[in-house]
Design a binder for this molecule. Sequence first.
Ligand code: NAD
Ligand code: MG
Length: 400
Amino acid sequence: MTVIRHLTILGSTGSVGVSTLDVVARHPDRFHVTALTANNNIDKMLEQCCRFNPRYAVMLNAAGAEELKKKICTTEINTEVLCGVESLEKVASLPEVDIVMAAIVGAAGIRPTFAAALAGKYVLLANKETLVMAGHIFMDVVKKHHATLLPIDSEHNAIFQSLPRNFTGDCAAVGVRRILLTASGGPFRQTSLAEMKHVTPKQACAHPNWVMGQKISVDSATMMNKGLELIEARWLFNATPEQIQVVIHPQSVIHSMVEYVDGSVLAQLGNPDMRTPIAHALAYPERVECGVTPLDIFKVAQLDFEIPNLTKFPCLGLAYNALEAGGSAPAILNAANEVAVESFLKSRIPFTTIPSMIKQVMQAVDHKDIFTLDDVLAADNMTREAAYEWLDTKNTDSRK
Ligand code: NAD
Ligand code: MG
């Protein structure tokens, strides 16, 4: 008999959240939704509540929660509506919840993701920013509180699937020589630097292979996404930066590979659809159907691989440097990137200013050792202040 697993989905109205609910809806005998959370998309949250009747729905702000409450009163469902970061932490650590899907975007996801780990849950990690900002602190919490960490990022999920079952967090202990982290190269792989200066937010968000939220789409276009993933892989698999090779693979069919000391290279393949890693982690260690179109290898026919171009995509180099520097440097990188991406999306800076802004903000903020989540949040705050100051005083490339 299958045991029903109870779920909290943090960021249920986003791209990963919606894909998660799609998989969940296919298996009502396996999964039950206990809590859903969102920033401000009230209509989508209402629709999800009506469909899944969770015990709790959390909106970030009080005004959004009030509006959702009013709308829920006109329906048959009895979902309790909460608001605020404390409520996000509460639903991430409810005793009746087994699995927490951490799919909030950006640094906003860190506190509820920590709460889930502290409560010893199955933490399905899409929010890579948590690991980028707080790598060793988060991994220590996972270990100490006996949480189970399962990667949702397609590359890291592929690496996890290519590791042996007895993997306990240290890739060298199971004979791994290298991790080959694949990247599509994004929408501007073949665009010249001169042309990249003029790309619009719409063009940057049009990823060739994946449909995702705006922030990660821009990160993919600058290749900062691969930089963040490099740091994510370092912590998930206890790999050194030298052990992680980024490989441009434009077809996005191989989702990453693991090379062993005996020369074997294991890979996970599939159509680029987030429901595969989500289903893998939700049902782990079993397998469930999830609506993904089977891979037609004859149609794919050809797989290409290229070395990344760090001159065209300096963000990847900035991430390597931040990982090398350690301490709060990756949290500073992440916060500077979040403000730069937001500024690009609001047309305050051109696309090609994103890396130079991040670099200058990183130089303006001192990095230091970090020991607690509060240290991480302090570095995040300080960097955001420095980034907004940079925008006000040093942004000579303004589009306006
Ligand atoms: P998205 O923008 O589509 O959705 C983000 C979700 O977070 C929404 O539900 C939104 O309401 C919520 N949210 C946003 N700001 C918030 C805040 N301040 N407080 C509380 N909730 C907030 O993003 P996405 O593409 O689904 O990505 C989510 C995470 O998963 C990111 O960390 C991303 O890097 C990672 N990820 C996404 C994909 C993908 O295919 N979309 C793939 C791999 C990893
Ligand atoms: Mg990824």
